[in-house]
Design a protein around this ligand. Sequence first.
Ligand code: SF4
Length: 127
Amino acid sequence: MVDYKTGRVLEDDENIHDGNAAAIADKIFAPDVKDRPKIALQFFVYDMLVQSRPEVAGRSLVNSVYSTARLFKNPPVSVPCNKTFCEAVSEHLKTVLDQMYDLEVPFRRTDDRTVCGYCDFRTICGR
Ligand code: SF4
């Protein structure tokens, strides 16, 4: 899976291994985090979509980040699909979905008002 990135690529996006997989998954879902590893989350989605295809059963999957900013300085980085990371993200995702359906868990506005400037839900949110 090759993904071209024109924006910033974080260390947490492209250096995922058993030793830091849980911490990166925590950071993806933590509230109001600066530098959330969004590309790592994209890799998770790619991995889940591709692995569900019978055509690729039994094959290994490697994600590659082609950062356009450093394309001619450094070779593209390969990020092997990490089972520990995928399991940790799946757990977080399940928790988030459970909370969305739980009427006892109230809607919470972000403390970081800078993101509200780009939000499509400002009108119904009241910000
Ligand atoms: S405007 Fe959007 S980002 Fe800001 S608190 Fe509301 S829903 Fe969250």
